[in-house]
Structure formats: structure tokens, C-alpha cells
Design a binder for this molecule. Structure first.
Ligand SMILES: NC(=O)c1ccc[n+]([C@@H]2O[C@H](COP(=O)([O-])OP(=O)(O)OC[C@H]3O[C@@H](n4cnc5c(N)ncnc54)[C@H](OP(=O)(O)O)[C@@H]3O)[C@@H](O)[C@H]2O)c1
Length: 292
């Protein structure tokens, strides 16, 4: 276990907390000006990595809305910041009740997706490009091989894989120089131990998505172990949750979503929050009992 601090994604020095832009672009999203204010609040608070995907937008269309929004916010940001985006998932159905997140990982599709992301972001090269998910119909070697070709052509600078197992990561790494994994991790969801160990051993970043629990994030405020630690530290339960999660691995970067500037600032503060060994042990016992 380690304390939260600066982290690396390949050669990039990023803060321990990145901003996730999914909810800034999807259903229930804030007005555009408020979304830009939220991104700027994160950057002003020290965040350097913004996570987005081509598919972050409204149901049944509106693809690339999130990328265009991030581009707009960065155009008026004078400092250094990097963008991670993803290809390999499409939304198709127009029926809001339908399960419409379709995995598509064939090389031709990934090339089209990447080129559309380049246009939406208005850049010549993407800082960090993820295979969003493995397509069960396409061997991961083929999907990652397509990403490696895009990297050789200078269209993407760094590669990552998302929603993978340790075994899939090992296969991907044989095809391309992967620098990051993006999988779910939070107090409520433990990452696959072998996957986290592989990231630590190979110096890959583990970008923890939905670090506050995603759709369960409202529960954080009511969790007794987090509330007790928050009271002791003069912090919020959400900040404690992120600080605790960051301490579970030196490879971990928390990709916290926010649609309000104050939440973006609060999550950024969590990178500097220190937990005593006693508080950490109590949280480990509550949220990772199997590892004790
Ligand atoms: N690779 C993938 O397949 C994948 C899948 C899912 C998500 N992601 C990435 O992960 C990011 C985060 O996921 P997520 O947004 O679903 O879940 P999350 O970060 O776990 O939780 C976001 C929720 O927590 C609230 N919140 C955030 N910071 C807070 C704070 N400091 N204090 C109080 N409340 C706070 C937000 O409120 P407000 O919105 O009101 O500010 C929102 O309701 C996404 O934006 C996306 O970039 C990736």
C-alpha cells in the first residue's frame, strides 16, 4: 500500500486524479458552458488528464459530443493537459430502453473511429488511445494490432486497453507497447488482482474508472467507514474514498467523473489527502476484506 501522489502514464506525469468526461456528454448532461467550467475547474485544481470516448454523447446519436466538448475546453486553457479517448464501442439503438453499447473491434472500424476522434478533438495525434472493450468476434491481437499501426503512423502517441482481463492484457502487450489499462475500481468493485499486479510489474498505469462507484456514487456519502475517516480528516467521504483507492496501488490513477465544478475540485483535492495507517487499515477491512 502506498500514499497518493503524482503518477505516470507512460512518459506523461499526470496527477493521481484524472477527470472523466462521460457524464458531461451523455444523458442528463449539464449545459455546455457549465461542462466547460467543470473541465476548467479540474484543470485549475491540478488535473492534467481528461478521459473521454468517441461514444460519449446522447443515446442513439451525438457521437463525439464529449470529444468536441473537451477540445473546446482545452482551446481556452493555457496550460498543459492531455486527453485520453477510446474507440471500439458504438451506440446504435434509438430506443432508450435498449441495450445499445455494441463492441466493434475490427481493424477497419477502429481506423475509422480513430480518424473521427482526431477530427472531433482537432488534433494531429491523440495523446492516449484506448481499445474501449474487447469485441468477442475479433481476437484482441487484431484490434490492438490496428491500434499499433495507427501509432506507427503518428495518429496516436500512446496506447491503452480497457475492460480487459490479465490474460487479455498479456496478449495485447505482445502486439503493441501498451502503457495503460482502464478498468473499473472503487470501494465497491475490486480490480482483478492479477491485472493490477501485471500493471505494477510492468510499470503500466491502471486508470480506475467509476472510482466512486459510478451509478452507486450516491452511496459513498452514507458509508460509515468513509464518514468516520472523513470526520477525522476534515474531508468528505468522496475525497476519502478516492484517497484510499489511490493508496491501494502506485499504478492507480482515479478517473473521477464530475458534472459540477465543485465536485471536480473536491476530487482533485483527494490526490493530496493523506490517510493514517490506522484509517487505511479500517478502510481496507471494510472494502477489501478478502485481501486482509
Ligand atoms: N472505460 C470504460 O468502459 C468506462 C466506463 C465507465 C466510466 N468510464 C470513465 O470513468 C469516468 C468516471 O465514471 P463515472 O462518472 O460513471 O463514476 P464516478 O466517477 O465513480 O462517479 C461520478 C459521480 O460522483 C459524483 N462525484 C464526483 N466527484 C465527487 C466529489 N468529489 N464529491 C461528491 N460527489 C462527487 C458525481 O457527481 P456530479 O456529476 O454531480 O458532479 C457523479 O454523480 C467516466 O467519466 C469515464 O471517463 C470509463
Amino acid at each position: 500500500m502506498t500514499s497518493a501522489g503524482a503518477r505516470r502514464v507512460g512518459d506523461l506525469a499526470v496527477g493521481a486524479v484524472a477527470l472523466g468526461a462521460m457524464n458531461l456528454a451523455g444523458e442528463g448532461r449539464p449545459a455546455r458552458a457549465e461542462a466547460v467550467r467543470t473541465i476548467h475547474a479540474a484543470l485549475e485544481a491540478g488535473v492534467r488528464l481528461i478521459d473521454v470516448a468517441d461514444v460519449y454523447g446522447l443515446h442513439g446519436g451525438d457521437a463525439h459530443h464529449g470529444e468536441a466538448l473537451v477540445a473546446e475546453a482545452l482551446a481556452s486553457w493555457p496550460g498543459e493537459a492531455w486527453v485520453a479517448t477510446k474507440g471500439g464501442v458504438r451506440r446504435t439503438a434509438r430506443d432508450p430502453a435498449a441495450e445499445d453499447w455494441v463492441h466493434q473491434g475490427d481493424p477497419a472500424y477502429l481506423r475509422r473511429a480513430c480518424e473521427a476522434s482526431l477530427a472531433a478533438l482537432g488534433v494531429e495525434a491523440i495523446d492516449l488511445y484506448f481499445l474501449h472493450a474487447v469485441d468477442a468476434r475479433v481476437p484482441i491481437e487484431e484490434s490492438v494490432g490496428a491500434l499499433a499501426a495507427l501509432r506507427r503512423e503518428g495518429k496516436v502517441r500512446r496506447l491503452g486497453v480497457s475492460n480487459v482481463s490479465a490474460a487479455e492484457l498479456a496478449r495485447a502487450r505482445r502486439e503493441a507497447p501498451i502503457v495503460a489499462v482502464q478498468n473499473e475500481a472503487s470501494p465497491f468493485v475490486a480490480p482483478e488482482p492479477a491485472l493490477l499486479e501485471a500493471c505494477e510489474a510492468a510499470d503500466l498505469a491502471f486508470l480506475a474508472y467509476a472510482p466512486l462507484g459510478g451509478w452507486r456514487a450516491g452511496r459513498i456519502a452514507h458509508e460509515a467507514p468513509l464518514r468516520r475517516a472523513a470526520d477525522a480528516l476534515g474531508a468528505t467521504p468522496h475525497e476519502v474514498a478516492l484517497a484510499w483507492l489511490l493508496g491501494t496501488s502506485p499504478s492507480l490513477v482515479a478517473v473521477a467523473g464530475a458534472t459540477k465544478p465543485e465536485n471536480a475540485r473536491s476530487s482533485a483535492r483527494a490526490a493530496r489527502l493523506r490517510l493514517s495507517a490506522e484509517l487505511r487499515a479500517a478502510l481496507d477491512a471494510a472494502y477489501r476484506p478478502a485481501e486482509g
